[in-house]
Design a protein around this ligand. Structure first.
Ligand SMILES: C[S@@+](CC[C@H](N)C(=O)[O-])C[C@H]1O[C@@H](n2cnc3c(N)ncnc32)[C@H](O)[C@@H]1O
Length: 245
């Protein structure tokens, strides 16, 4: 996948994109990440990218001219895109579904906001879609852009050793994942649940499903309203509800 990120702070990406799974995906040509700085498109002596807000008030607003020139150069090359993603705390909350849909695209273009945000007319000029990573305000859109790229990357064939591990993670079936354990069998008096040591695949499958339902019920009951539950799930959920009373 080709990914273009417009940011005033490209150096922020070197750590997260230079380590671990994303770095390996880049080295294997599975991810072609290009960073663009709108400041390089500012034409005045001071290479200005922000200005004071019309109407007064605190802070600065990202100017349109350098950003539009930068974005137009980005869009003029490579595969066509139907969506320009823009970071914003006022955007749609990023969800598993949005990540999956984005992973189907050939290309991802992200504009990172900064200061008090971007001149609103950006949205009238380009097919933008704003996304938020949560109901809190960050200093800039760089971390949200990293979050989107990281989450999308996991669903690109070849990026994870086994794509099935992403497909078995939280949210893939609408539920939270069951608890996981590794060696040793006992640590400071805490034992791994016996069923996981039994080697009995069917019992392990049922235990995991039940614990997945238990976690979801306790931590994110809202997810249960949307999840597609089988008759077995409903039976297990009933057991969990009784046990938790
Ligand atoms: C300080 S924030 C601006 C907040 C803006 N004045 C407001 O109240 O909506 C600067 C930039 O960081 C990014 N940002 C901050 N919080 C974010 C979040 N939760 N999700 C996505 N982007 C965020 C956006 O690009 C935003 O334009």
């Amino acid at each position: 996948m080709r990914i273009d990120i417009l940011t005033l702070f490209p150096a922020m990406f070197s750590g997260p994109f230079g380590e671990s799974i994303v770095a390996r995906a880049r080295a294997n040509d599975l991810l072609d990440i290009r960073l663009w700085n709108p400041r390089d498109f500012a034409v005045d002596r001071h290479r200005t990218v922000d200005d004071t807000p019309y109407g007064g008030g605190t802070g600065m607003v990202m100017k349109l001219e350098p950003l539009a020139d930068c974005l137009e150069q980005v869009l003029a090359t490579g595969p066509k895109v139907s969506t320009v993603w823009v970071t914003s705390p006022q955007g749609e909350l990023l969800t598993h579904q949005m990540v999956l849909e984005t992973a189907q695209s050939e290309r991802l273009v992200i504009v990172c906001g900064h200061y008090e945000g971007i001149d609103e007319r950006l949205h009238a000029l380009y097919p933008t879609r704003e996304f938020s990573i949560g109901d809190y305000v960050l200093t800039g859109g760089e971390l949200p852009a990293m979050v989107l790229v990281d989450a999308v990357s996991r669903f690109l064939p070849g990026v994870l050793g086994d794509l099935n591990s992403a497909l078995a993670d939280c949210f893939s079936d609408g539920l939270l994942k069951y608890p996981q354990y590794t060696r040793p069998e006992e640590f400071r008096g805490l034992r791994v649940p016996d069923v996981l040591l039994s080697g009995h695949h069917e019992q392990i499958r049922i235990w995991r499903r039940k614990e997945s339902l238990r976690r979801t019920l306790k931590r994110r009951p809202d997810l249960l309203d949307q999840a597609v539950l089988s008759p077995e799930d409903l039976r297990l959920l009933e057991q969990v509800r009784t046990e938790e009373q």
